[in-house]
Design a protein around this ligand. Structure first.
Ligand SMILES: Cc1cc2nc3c(=O)[nH]c(=O)nc-3n(C[C@H](O)[C@H](O)[C@H](O)COP(=O)(O)O)c2cc1C
Length: 476
């Protein structure tokens, strides 16, 4: 199959959901679902009553029926939970994940990919953040059980992934190093895929692997060390939505308080091209001219996030989508590359939006609580065991766990706010979690796609705009 020109980038949490990825894949391009916290998203979709029955349809197709049934029994609420009631908790991800949680991860990643692939033969990928380590192995297995075509991983150095994919495809046990701050020893996450399928194992295909990189150094290191295991590269710059790689050298802030990037952060496309792999460029690439330019530089095409984040099929809450489109149409959008917001310590692009945590009062009002835990950092306790802390939790709790109090300043709970972005935010007796939007620096494409006063645009409109009359692939 010819490689796609457009990659619809993975967008967590649940922004690039199965609907969006499917719409893109149906047009012959690469639709990517986000696998980040997809276990949590599945439990909440089921508790919301699974409108349309899509989750249950996907779970019915899972090769291990009992595993899927356990998930439905545990979380599905017929007709949906009352709006005012809190979502039930699920076990937090960590170094000791019990059987129920690992099953949930396998099943949830399967379901998202299954639905994106349903009824066609197009390209469907899954995206993970390397920094979120403990769900990685069961998530990869789940996505592969659904026949995912490409795995895309950013936010880290995914050296071990290619051989994990090779081994999973052969149903062999796998391990993945867990970064534990202050650790003397070696910590590993382990998974034996046969544990769940002791009898006959379904056939697994080894997906392609495209790491997401922001420097030639990292790209060439991955290509050299992974010996054929890397099949393509996404090269993303610091204007892209979501997290950005930190600038090289000492951190300098602009007058507005944004991390500044310089010539050392620019990626030489010729050097990437010389690595001999297909590549896609990402970050403010949303126009036909940019696509042409990328192709002239030897790229296969472009990866886009922001334009897809606000299209009809994305998982973003409708009111937030409409407000963002309206402000972009008026040319009033403000995107701030926040050096502190993300607990990961990576710069994170924040779209200023009323009613969201981008507003100081709303941020200050929120009680700091860490009950989802995907972005927690593992650290070694004095007795050698692994503890977990997040700089967005209560500063004193963070400090008690050996964290530096200065690190808590300005941190935002992305786990809870990003769930609110997709209409699955937690409701507690005292408060309801509020959203926090992210997107890239360049939203000018929205002004070309959405007519003033219109409801917006579809994923197909984005592709028509980018590809114009060029006939790339027949409808699949
Ligand atoms: C709402 C949103 C969420 C994102 N989440 C992720 C993510 O979870 N993982 C990832 O690798 N990239 C993520 N990205 C980056 C996109 O995949 C893509 O590379 C980027 O948006 C491209 O730049 P653009 O926004 O200028 O089009 C996200 C981007 C947006 C807009």
């Amino acid at each position: 199959m010819e490689l796609p020109r457009i990659i619809q980038g993975g967008m967590g949490l649940g922004i690039s959901n199965w609907r969006l990825a499917k719409a893109v894949a149906l047009r012959g391009q690469l639709g990517v679902v986000s696998g980040t916290a997809i276990d949590l998203i599945l439990t909440r979709r089921l508790q919301a009553g699974d409108p349309g029955g899509h989750m249950r349809r996907a779970l019915a197709a899972f090769p291990g029926r009992e595993m899927a049934e356990r998930v439905i029994d545990r979380y599905f609420v017929e007709g949906g939970k009352p709006e005012t009631k809190a979502f039930a908790a699920k076990p937090m991800v960590g170094d000791r994940q019990g059987q129920a949680l690992e099953e949930l991860m396998v099943v949830a990643n399967f379901a998202e990919v299954f639905l994106a692939k349903e009824g066609h033969q197009g390209w469907v990928g899954i995206n993970f953040l390397h920094k979120i380590q403990t769900p990685m192995l069961p998530s990869l297995l789940g996505a592969m059980l659904a026949g995912v075509s490409v795995v895309l991983i950013g936010a880290g150095i995914p050296l071990e992934i290619p051989s994990i994919l090779d081994r999973l495809a052969a149903w062999e046990p796998v391990e993945f190093s867990l970064h534990v701050t202050g650790a003397g020893g070696d910590h590993k996450m382990r998974l034996d895929p046969k544990r769940w399928f002791p009898g006959e194992t379904p056939e697994l295909q080894r997906p392609l692997f495209f790491p997401i990189v922001s420097s030639v150094t990292l790209a060439s290191m991955l290509v050299k060390k992974c010996q054929g295991g890397v099949n393509g590269l996404v090269v993303e710059d610091a204007t892209a939505g979501g997290h950005n790689a930190p600038p090289r050298g000492a951190l300098k802030l602009s007058e507005e308080g944004e991390p500044m990037y310089g010539p050392r952060d620019e990626v030489d496309r010729a050097a990437i091209r010389a690595l001999g792999l297909p590549f896609w460029v990402a970050g403010s690439q949303g126009s036909p001219e940019k696509l042409q330019e990328a192709r002239a530089d030897g790229a296969e095409g472009i990866q886009l996030g922001s334009l897809f984040a606000f299209c009809e099929e994305s998982g973003l809450r409708e009111d937030l989508k409409q407000a963002a489109i309206k402000s972009a149409l008026a040319g009033e959008e403000k995107v701030f590359r926040d050096p502190a917001a993300s607990p990961t310590g990576f710069p994170f692009q924040v779209l200023t939006a009323p009613g969201s945590l981008s507003e100081a009062e709303i941020y200050e009002e929120r009680q700091r609580i860490c009950d989802l835990g995907y972005l927690r950092e593992a650290y070694e306790r004095e007795d050698g065991s692994v503890g977990w802390r997040c700089p967005a939790e209560q500063p004193l709790d963070f400090q008690k766990k050996g964290g530096r109090i200065e690190e808590t300043a300005g941190r935002k709970c992305l786990c809870n706010s990003l769930m609110a972005n997709i209409g699955l935010g937690q409701r507690r007796a005292e408060e309801t979690e509020q959203p926090l939007l992210t997107c890239g620096k360049d939203l000018s494409g929205i002004r070309k796609l959405a007519a003033p006063g219109s409801k917006g645009y579809s994923a197909g409109d984005v592709l028509d705009f980018l590809l114009g009359d060029e006939v790339l692939a027949e409808e699949i």
